[in-house]
Design a protein around this ligand. Structure first.
Ligand code: IPE
Ligand code: IPE
Ligand code: MG
Length: 248
């Protein structure tokens, strides 16, 4: 259980499953990649508005470990868009005091993209505004397997004792271990599933689903999600009155 069973009305950490680009394009009789291109605008909007609303951490699901199964033309276009967006937006992000991080298995990405990600991360490392985390070739199960492997390695090296392993150690070995607990997950595009996103981290996150397709997601939709979060009572297994007493 997180140390602070508290809903401070505004989430500290928001994560978004940005879904629906393909259907958005198909509705317009355009190729799916047109929808990915259109989704960049919505991404820019949420980053800007989360920074403005004082949210500490924003994690965006950009590409899942399962998305490699898509047609290679679509995968290549996504990688290309990602590369270009990083290149184009880095100045704006830096000027807005945003600190960029990446999570996921990056070994499968091109060297060029890995270098670009490293450059952007270093360039924004001293910023202390919104922490923007991009999940790229990320899978929740991969994250848990990777954490387990790293714990086993540290046990072998004598840096960790099996008896020391508890939920907080496990969290630290998982991706996002250094960031605030995940308060709210938004999924656009109408599906009511988590699609292998942040499985360990979402244990007590609030979930918000909307039918809005990602390229149509705007400031009003973001506020609807944040307002829904503000009305929730996070009980963490307690009764409602205990939760009120805990928050007092
Ligand atoms: C989300 O939109 C973007 C990625 C998964 C990279 P989709 O491409 O999944 O759009 P739909 O779900 O097919 O409409
Ligand atoms: C989840 O969307 C991944 C991202 C948004 C990056 P998908 O479109 O891949 O999820 P499924 O296939 O509908 O579960
Ligand atoms: Mg989808």
């Amino acid at each position: 259980m997180p140390s602070q069973p508290y809903n401070s009305l505004r989430p500290r950490h928001v994560a978004i499953i940005m879904d629906g680009n393909g259907r958005w394009a198909q509705k317009r009789k355009r190729p799916r990649t047109f929808g990915h291109q259109a989704g960049v605008k919505a991404t820019r909007m949420v980053v800007e508005n989360c920074a403005r609303r004082g949210i500490d951490v924003l994690t965006l699901f950009a590409f899942s470990s399962e998305n490699w199964q898509r047609p290679s033309q679509e995968v290549n276009r996504l990688m290309d868009l990602f590369m270009r967006a990083l290149d184009k937006e880095v100045d704006v992000l830096d000027n807005n005091n945003i600190q960029l991080h990446f999570i996921g298995d990056h070994t499968a990405l091109s060297n060029e993209l890995q270098c670009q990600m490293e450059t952007v991360q270093q360039r924004t490392a001293c910023n202390d505004g919104l922490k923007l985390i991009i999940a790229m070739n990320y899978g929740g199960r991969w994250d848990i397997v990777e954490a387990s492997r790293n714990m086993a390695r540290d046990i072998q090296l004598g840096r960790l004792q099996p008896a020391q392993i508890d939920e907080s150690i496990m969290s630290r070995y998982c991706q996002l271990g250094d960031f605030a607990d995940l308060d709210l997950i938004i999924r656009t595009g109408g599906e009511k599933r988590v699609s292998n996103f942040l499985l360990w981290q979402l244990a007590y996150s609030e979930l918000f689903f909307t039918d809005t397709l990602w390229p149509d997601f705007d400031e009003t939709d973001l506020d609807t999600a944040l307002n829904s979060y503000a009305k929730r009572q996070r009980r963490y297994g307690c009764t409602g009155s205990q939760a009120i007493a805990n928050n007092a």
